[in-house]
Ligand binder design. Structure first.
Ligand SMILES: [Zn+2]
Length: 306
């Protein structure tokens, strides 16, 4: 009897252990695989999220790059339009602006150099203007542009205005009739285009050799001015000068001529020359610049009004 009781107890005990083991195993199995699954699930969610994030960053960067290229292209188009606008034939309003250049109220000095470019003088003047941070206007001659294209290119690239002074400077040729004036303008204009490497360039401002007013060709010049204006080209003389082409022999004479002709004027367009024999013009230029600065003038070139 006692044996029977002991056996039953023992069997119960065995069952309890077995059931406990099974339950423990089931719990262990669930928790381990659950953890593994959770880890796997979490890591795949994390990987997907990471991939999504990377993709988003890539797309954002691509969008930013596309936007940057679009803005750059837009700016390039605007610059191109701005550049072409500068070459378009002058409007009547712009021609009037050139005609009325002297009526500006502020004290302004336009330094202008005619009859160049020349290898002996133009580079020196360009060096000095760069040092002084002044932009000037060069009325170039077609024949000299063909002979010294690199100097025109340099002047243009350094921000100076390249204006047109005809091809030959020989009065009997250029002033044959009004059409020959336009022809010399066009030939010189083409020479400037070739020199600076821009076939759209248009000087748009002409200076009559010897000046517009007076002389035996005054009637032809008058007619030529109308022809030029009709083609969107203004003409400009000067209202002050150093007389460097009229026999002034010393620096003192040149500077005195500038002081006298500038006088009390507000806006001065000063005639000087940068032909090969005008080294004195270059040597006087620092004094001319100093005088004008000390007397309250700021320097402009034709780009500032056109
Ligand atoms: Zn000249």
């Amino acid at each position: 009897m006692e044996l029977e009781v002991w056996r039953k107890k023992h069997i119960r005990f065995d069952r309890i252990i077995m059931v406990t083991l099974i339950i423990t195993s089931i719990i262990w199995l669930f928790t381990t695989s659950g953890a593994k699954f959770a880890t796997y699930y979490n890591s795949s969610i994390y990987t997907i999220a990471l991939e999504k994030k990377c993709e988003q960053i890539k797309q954002d960067e691509q969008r930013k790059e596309e936007e940057r290229i679009r803005i750059e292209q837009e700016r390039e188009r605007e610059r191109e339009l701005e550049r072409l606008k500068k070459y378009a034939p002058l409007t009547q309003e712009q021609i009037e602006k050139v005609n009325n250049i002297y009526s500006q109220e502020e004290k302004v000095a336009f330094l202008t150099f005619d009859d160049g470019p020349s290898p002996a003088v133009t580079p020196l003047i360009l060096d000095l203007l760069k040092k002084e941070n002044i932009k000037a206007t060069f009325f170039v001659l077609g024949d000299r542009v063909v002979a010294n294209p690199e100097l025109v290119k340099r002047a243009y690239e350094e921000g100076h205005y390249i204006a047109n002074h005809g091809k030959t400077h020989i009065y009997s040729q250029i002033y044959t009739n009004s059409q020959t004036v336009l022809d010399e303008y066009n030939i010189t204009n083409q020479a400037i285009r070739n020199a600076i490497g821009d076939q759209n360039y248009n000087a748009r401002v002409f200076r009559f050799p010897g000046g517009y007013a007076g002389g035996i060709y005054s009637e032809i010049k008058k007619e030529a001015r109308v022809v030029l204006n009709n083609n969107g080209i203004a003409s400009l003389d000067w209202n002050a000068l150093s007389k460097d082409s009229e026999g002034a022999k010393t620096k003192e004479q040149l500077i005195q001529n500038v002081i006298t002709t500038v006088g009390q004027k507000n806006c001065v367009v000063i005639l000087m020359h940068d032909a090969n024999n005008k080294i004195l013009t270059y040597e006087t230029l620092p004094d001319v610049i100093n005088y004008l600065r000390q007397n309250g003038y700021t320097f402009k070139c034709l780009y500032d009004i056109l």
